[in-house]
Design a protein around this ligand. Sequence first.
Ligand SMILES: *[C@@H]1O[C@H](CO)[C@@H](O)[C@H](O)[C@H]1NC(C)=O
Ligand SMILES: *[C@@H]1O[C@H](CO)[C@@H](O)[C@H](O)[C@H]1NC(C)=O
Ligand SMILES: CC(=O)N[C@H]1CO[C@H](CO)[C@@H](O)[C@@H]1O
Length: 509
Amino acid sequence: MLQIAKYCALSALLALACNGKTIQDRHGPRKIPDGLMFGAATASYQIEGGWDADGKTENIWDYMTHKNPCVTDDCLNGDIANDSYNQYKRDVEMMRELGLDFYRFSLSWTRILPSSFPDKINEAGIQYYNNLIDEMLRYNIEPMITLYHWDLPQKLQEMGGWTNPHIVNWFADYARVVFEHFGDRVKYWITMNEPREICYQGYGDVTKAPKLNIKGFAEYLCAKNLLVAHANAYHIYNNEFKAKFGGVIGITVSAHWYEPETENDSEIADQTMQFEWGQYLHPIFSESGDFPVSMKEKIATKSAAQSFARSRLPEFTADEVALVKGSSDFLGLNHYTTYLVNNKTSDINSVPSYYDDLGGTRYQSEDWKAAASIWLKEVPSGFYNLLTRLRNLYNNPTIMITENGFSTRGGLEDDDRIDYYVSYLDAMLDAIDEGSNIAAYAAWSLMDNFEWMRGYTERFGLYEVDYKSPQRTRTPRKSAYVYKQIIRAREIDYHYKPQMTGMTIDTRK
Ligand SMILES: *[C@@H]1O[C@H](CO)[C@@H](O)[C@H](O)[C@H]1NC(C)=O
Ligand SMILES: *[C@@H]1O[C@H](CO)[C@@H](O)[C@H](O)[C@H]1NC(C)=O
Ligand SMILES: CC(=O)N[C@H]1CO[C@H](CO)[C@@H](O)[C@@H]1O
């Protein structure tokens, strides 16, 4: 009830019609459709630790944090993190406590291929992931593997990383090794996690490794090569493994909802979405393929005005357009928050740069409920609007929500996180009621972890991790009890008040 009232109040604030279905009072619990899978997500560098264990070599996050420890807010790194390299059995126990249908985790490229290439396969790395996968399958928890969640081998970075077109082959070789070793047991595959964060933040800015900051160029080279590498890996799985193993493979993008500030800002809001996530989704999920037209035009026009010989956005060849188009069995979606957009020129943009190419200004309302992360505000209507837009733009693709969550500064009584989860799940159910084809939902995150540049200062976990204890002790927060109840009852009960009296393993598992 509380959530619904807020949902509509926010919509009114944004001068939107409140979606009819959400207006109705929900006194009773709301059913979750059959077949929707529930999970939780993590990523290798954020939880594994064991940075140099048993032959693993440096990736770009190891390298960056070792070279300059205070690149992160707390001057800490992922050397040990949660020690999941050693504690994976406890991790699986937590999945059983929650009653998860699936668990999304990523593989460390340099743990499997210490030279970056398949000339030498690290058996200890393969064994670690076999142990984790087998432990999950013992309890009927489906593994969902992300091949690339930001921890590129440092050696490949020194050869240009995602700006070097040869990475299409490097990634293909790595993907093939992974499919060969784990494909018999793993049915859900994600090639890349969040291309925008990889390319824009890592290559066009300084907010992720490798902090290249070559604005208006490197992020576009990265985007093209990453999409071709993704598509190539998709076709490798389809051609060489799918008939034998029968799994599905897709890509995960991050997508905020961008709400026009006034009726006059809808065009810039649309263009913002075409840049921010259409850049990666349009080439794969649209009927025409290729980068979005408005994005190609804006960057070409700016580039010409700036006296460049050609557009700073590289072109796909016709063969590449065809290779990339349709190269995903599902759309993996990470969604957290919403921004307002207007077409006022922002004077903080460098020229040339991605945001100068795009234009307009993005900001968040002071009235929105804030998480610990500066970029994260709670706006469930934005989730509904985004899911509706994706359904309409891309012919209702199968969507797997691969991340959604809320950060705090720690503590077990996390009512704000519960409020976020319940209201976002509610918004998701509204979209499902109207026809959105949503197959899975993963909470970010199973447990607290290394939050990239924020170190351990921002906590996203259903389980709290004690970084002072040698075992990295994990304790369920109140939100873990609520999530468990939603999964077990397959309904959202807006009045559920958990007794935090000790977590037991769900007997179904
Ligand atoms: C939108 O633009 C029109 C034409 O310039 C103007 O009259 C109107 O006031 C604008 N609306 C808002 C909400 O700013
Ligand atoms: C934004 O404003 C600029 C400068 O006034 C204008 O040229 C451009 O067409 C506007 N773009 C959109 C999408 O409204
Ligand atoms: C159980 C276990 O392996 N704990 C290890 C966690 O990490 C610390 C620091 O590396 C080790 O000292 C513990 O033995």
